[in-house]
Design a protein around this ligand. Sequence first.
Ligand code: DGY
Length: 324
Amino acid sequence: MSKPRILLTRRLHNFAIKELKKRYDVYVHSGTIPMPKGKLLSKISQADGLVCFPYDMIDREVIENAKKLKVISTYSVGYDHIDLQKAKSHKIKIGYTPDVLTNATADLAVALLLDSMRRITEGDRMIRNGNWKVVFGAHDYVGMDIEGKTIGIFGIGRIGRAVAKRIIPFGMKITYHSRNRLSRKEEKELNAKYVSLDDLFKKSDVVTIHVPYTKDTHEIVNMHLLKKMKKTSHLINTSRGKIINEKDLIKALKSNLIAGAALDVFEKEPIGKNHEFVKMKNVVLAPHIGSSTSETRKKMAEITIKNLIYGLEGKKMIYSVNTD
Ligand code: DGY
């Protein structure tokens, strides 16, 4: 009997490929990233299992072409790139990698918060460009105290909670808004106060986004909310770019409606050097590195292949979108 066929839209760690090759006939795409649609459509038609990444659009057309596909295993916590309804209608199981990347992503959100509020990379750029002319003036390169300020955590799932835990020692007032309110006990543990979405944006000195991207959160952060923010406030996004209306954010930053933004994710990735954000002094940019530590990426690879193998063997996946 021929081995099941597995398609990887990109290379993973060697140990992962080795494990897969013991069991399956494995095809790993190399070259243009993301894998071009035409090639994806052709390769998926023969595949029993797929390993994909957050930028691969596993849409209706791809799934309709996937006549033998039983499992999609995404190397990410986000699964907004997969047409869940369509996959479900084809009885395709979907695995993903939550939990293992919570700490790394929360660390990055806090790093971006500190960077934006204390203008660290802005200073770094200034020095590299030879523009550090004056030293230590009363008003030079001033940022904002962290202690005593209010953080607004938008989305209090795994990552939002991990951000709250990290922020407690900084002495910030912690507020949050989420679809589901925490229990009294959890609110007490995190010292977090539930507020309306409007109040989150109105009263926070920094808002950090930790909601998943869905049709309900598509561009939910737009001029309506940005206008409510304090002129001294900052916006941090390590979730998905399309949660923010980028045109509105650019307008808000240019017209000093808010003080700064630190962004790890964008509407279209990667962004080029001519993007408006690149030209703006009060924006910190990161190349979608929320989960990008060697330890975390290795754990993600382990779970990705286990999800795939278990799914194909009819066992319970480590993390399944269908059942979580
Ligand atoms: C994910 O896994 O969805 C994250 O965006 C990675 O940083």
